[in-house]
Design a protein around this ligand. Structure first.
Ligand code: BG6
Length: 478
């Protein structure tokens, strides 16, 4: 079903995000028939381009970032014809009048700030000055949403000066991933899981986001950020929230976001001994972090593992182990919920009897798997084995289903539809920083150096210890 007619303005239209994700995502929605005839996209940036040149650039970007089997030339031409370009200086006056004159009344108006947070204030003021912050219009902002609590508050205040919270769409693309939403469907659409979803039955939870890529080319940003700010404060925190939150009264923006906020507020401060930081070393013919970031003695972590506690009635006593890193053995994102053992085994000690684990796999091979114990088939007596009940989505979703564009496709369409459920509210972001800041401050005060780890490994040895000492182990990264 096509969405309502819209004017979508992309600030930072010549940037990497626009080329790699936003425009390919819009093209794919167009291909799927979701963009109405009256949908228009206006790119703006400082470069002196005209409509034709920008369309040409985006043609290349789409050919590069959309799989060849999704390219249809008629659809591509139709999509490119929607694109217009306005040269605009975010910090000055150039281009604003022209942009304002192009925005049509009576259609959905959305402004995507695909620029560094340093320009958010200028853009918000520019839109206001030129009468574009009309009622019902939306702005979309990307991470990093601040660098710490203070800067996040300042950004929120800047945006709030010109827009209501209902108009602000803070993207965390993890919330747009298919399986992340499925997690909510599984939890709240079934009777089976929720009664067991608490500290009485859950032994522990592991959340892993492992990547194989390094940071070559983004060292400037990454070195000031590190894994804690780049991944934990946002993506991993959101995953933790969706696992830990209470059932919202409805699948509605504020109902869901209120529950997530309560989880973040219930997080205990992390003990320094419950964190392991790592930095990838050189190896396998690949450069190490220091070389990739061109900062020889950097103390920035490219890996982090930590143990978190949600102190509320539901979760007291069940640890959440979080781990994320670059240049690891495989690209894997998953959440694993390990249930406690049955109180008594009527089968005696048996190797085959393992704890139930519910694995929610975000990428690749998205799906949900429940590991259960059954009897080994055959006449061999009551021997137990573990088998997976497999709910793989690969078939349903088809090839390329794990493509990151999917998250952007869904989220951008939600902006046009005016649905904020999968976007972060300002108070959530601030609460997440309030939890993150002291952790970072503590290691900075100790001048802590991250532990080097081999590329292609599972991270530093110490990360294994974080679980071993609790009598548990990480799932393999594969
Ligand atoms: C981004 C981070 O937000 O998420 C990157 O800045 C990271 O460092 C990326 O690589 C991971 O996203 P995905 O969807 O590939 O898991």
């Amino acid at each position: 079903i096509p969405v309502d007619p819209f004017d979508l303005v992309i600030f930072g239209a010549t940037g990497d995000l626009a080329r790699r994700k936003i425009l390919p995502a819009l093209y794919r929605r167009d291909l799927a028939g979701q963009l109405p005839d009256e949908a228009r996209i206006i790119g703006t940036a400082r470069a002196a381009l005209d409509d034709d040149t920008w369309q040409g650039e985006i043609r290349h970007a789409i050919l590069e970032h959309v799989p060849a089997d999704r390219i249809e030339s008629a659809a591509l031409e139709r999509f490119l014809a929607r694109l217009g370009y306005v040269r605009l200086d975010a910090t000055g006056e150039d281009g604003w009048q022209r942009l304002a004159s192009l925005i049509r009344p009576g259609v959905v108006q959305a402004y995507y700030f695909s620029v560094g947070p340093g320009l958010f204030g200028d853009l918000a003021r520019g839109l206001h000055r030129h009468g574009m912050n009309r009622e019902g219009c939306r702005i979309v902002v990307e991470k990093p949403f601040g660098h710490d609590l203070g800067s996040a508050r300042a950004l929120n205040a800047t945006l709030a000066a010109h827009f209501d919270e209902q108009q602000i769409y803070r993207i965390d693309h993890y919330l747009g991933k298919e399986t992340v939403q499925n997690l909510m469907a599984v939890r709240f659409g079934n009777m089976l899981f929720e009664p067991l979803w608490n500290a009485q039955y859950v032994d522990h939870i592991q959340i892993t986001v492992a990547e194989m890529v390094g940071v070559a080319g983004r060292g400037g940003y990454y070195d000031k950020s590190g894994a804690m700010r780049d991944m934990v404060q946002n993506h991993m925190m959101q995953l933790l929230c969706l696992i830990a939150m209470e059932p919202p009264y409805a699948f509605e923006p504020d109902a869901v976001r209120d529950e997530k906020l309560k989880v973040i507020r219930a997080l205990d401060a992390v003990e320094p001994g419950d964190i392991v930081r790592g930095q990838y070393a050189a190896g396998n013919g690949q450069a190490g972090y220091a070389e990739d970031a061109a900062i020889p003695s950097s103390r920035t972590e490219t890996f982090i593992a930590l143990k978190a506690h949600v102190s509320n009635w539901r979760w007291k006593g069940t640890p959440f182990y979080l781990r994320t890193g670059k240049r690891l053995r495989a690209r894997t994102s998953e959440i694993a919920i390990t249930f406690k053992d049955p109180p008594h085994s009527i089968f005696g000690e048996q190797e085959g009897q393992k704890s139930n684990v519910l694995v929610i796999r975000l990428q690749p091979n998205e799906g949900i798997k429940l590991k259960v114990t059954i009897k080994e088939p055959g006449p061999g007596g009551m021997r137990l084995i573990e088998v997976p009940l497999d709910m793989s989505f690969a078939q349903a979703l088809g090839p390329g289903a794990e493509d990151i564009a999917d998250a952007y496709e869904r989220l951008i369409m939600d902006v046009i539809r005016g649905n904020q459920t999968l976007f972060m509210r300002g108070d959530e972001v601030e609460a997440a920083w309030a939890w993150t800041d002291p952790v970072i401050a503590a290691w900075e005060a100790r001048a802590d150096r991250p532990k080097p780890y081999d590329p292609g490994s599972s991270g530093p040895e110490d990360a294994l210890m974080l679980m071993h000492r609790d009598g548990r182990r990480w799932r393999e990264i594969r």
